[in-house]
Design a protein around this ligand. Sequence first.
Ligand code: ADP
Ligand code: ZN
Length: 206
Amino acid sequence: MKLVLLGAPGAGKGTQAVFLKERHGLAHISTGDILRHNLNQGTPLGLEAKKYMDKGELVPDEVVMQMIGERLDSLKPDEGFMLDGFPRTVKQAEFLESKTKIDGVIMFTVSDDDIVKRLLNRAVCRSCGAITNWDNDKCPSCGGELYRRADDNEETIRSRLKVFHEQTEALIEFYKARKLLLEVDATGMPEEIFERVIGLLSHDKN
Ligand code: ADP
Ligand code: ZN
């Protein structure tokens, strides 16, 4: 199965990807994670990307397309995957279409107000990378130390939402036209949302 996870920042793509990975054994390809990894390692790609990420803007299409192209080429033939954070522009979607055939696009919908609340409350575990929130003082999975992502501040969150509405939302029509769009209400607890995702995917197969 080859899936695209679509939705505003903070819609819960990364959290659902972890569930989907467990259940379906799909590779989780997150552009944000790959970019942050490059940033931490201080690679040229990371240094270039940082300028945009700090402001909540998109990293240029060419940079991200090259990065994802290499990752897709490294998969085993027929290996299933989920793309999380890619595509984010129509240009990126066209590139993806030229590389491979996607089975479905799950669109997670949440209101902007909820997104801001969620991102301001988002905490990430330094040890295991789990996504949690500041209602906890340490990681619920491993007890590790929590940190706030550099782009999870109100100003950057507003820019990321603006970019989502201006550029990424166009992909809804793009994938609707190709009959690939599966919409899921992404409000509520992660487990409830996952039940909805499972329902959608099983329904989609028949
Ligand atoms: P979120 O979805 O919560 O905003 P991500 O971790 O997916 O977080 O992305 C963080 C940042 O990385 C984005 O704000 C953007 O600067 C950059 N980025 C991630 N994916 C892409 C992409 N497909 N195209 C351009 N920039 C990207
Ligand atoms: Zn942890």
